[in-house]
Design a protein around this ligand. Structure first.
Ligand SMILES: CC(C)(COP(=O)(O)OP(=O)(O)OC[C@H]1O[C@@H](n2cnc3c(N)ncnc32)[C@H](O)[C@@H]1OP(=O)(O)O)[C@@H](O)C(=O)NCCC(=O)NCCS
Length: 184
């Protein structure tokens, strides 16, 4: 019976999963029409290069990444097919906002939805944020997306809405809603 586990991404341990993370990112754009940096026609190599950049930010300490693995053999090297979710926290340098973190790229595999994957990822991410002194979480998502219903359930408060914010993969400008959560 596969076991779902959230892990903190490290290049050494999980670098081989970057193509799977890029494929999950692409799947959410294609399957859910999620507004997430890239527009169709998608190029896998471009999305993978983007995630290699994210991995460099992890090395620099300006971001961390949590991954959700549905492991068949816990304790062994994770397989690409076991990667079912991801979320990142960006922590750009700021002396005036050293306690802020920006939640980005929460994706759960279309085959693994509604099983608490997003909740587990966000819970782990928040615990890791607190360890780094990050107590104010900020994020945004498209109005009308599934995520708009999910974030309030995870304790996030709406801060406001911006019309015509981002280009949808299916065309047209979509409105965005912003959320925050104080962890302490
Ligand atoms: C949004 C997304 C991450 C949710 O992932 P998930 O693993 O299915 O979510 P969970 O099972 O952990 O559910 C978390 C909570 O949200 C609720 N929820 C999940 N999907 C929902 C939906 N479509 N509508 C309403 N509520 C929903 C669950 O009931 C649960 O609440 P509860 O614990 O109080 O019962 C997933 O649908 C996804 O990856 N979508 C495409 C990418 C995307 O939009 N990412 C966000 C970009 S900002």
């Amino acid at each position: 019976m596969p076991t779902p586990t959230v892990k903190l991404f490290s290049k050494q341990e999980h670098g081989h999963l970057l193509p799977a993370i890029a494929a999950l990112h692409a799947a959410c754009i294609v399957h859910d029409h999620t507004i997430a940096t890239f527009l169709p026609p998608l190029e896998n190599s471009k999305i993978q290069t983007f995630w290699e950049g994210i991995a460099r930010e992890v090395d620099l300490g300006t971001r961390f990444v949590c991954i959700l693995l549905n492991e068949s053999e816990p304790g062994t090297r994770a397989k690409e097919s076991e990667l079912v979710g991801v979320v990142t926290l960006s922590m750009p340098f700021s002396e005036t906002g050293s306690f802020r973190g920006f939640v980005e790229k929460l994706f759960v595999s279309p085959t693994y939805r509604g099983r608490g994957g997003a909740r587990a990822l966000m819970c782990h991410m928040e615990a890791e944020a607190l360890k780094r002194g990050k107590t104010l979480m900020l994020l945004d998502t498209e109005i009308g997306s599934q995520a708009e219903s999910v974030y309030p359930k995870l304790g996030y408060t709406e801060a406001g809405r911006i019309p015509r914010y981002g280009i949808s993969p299916v065309g047209g400008l979509k409105d965005e809603v912003f959320y925050y959560k104080h962890l302490q």
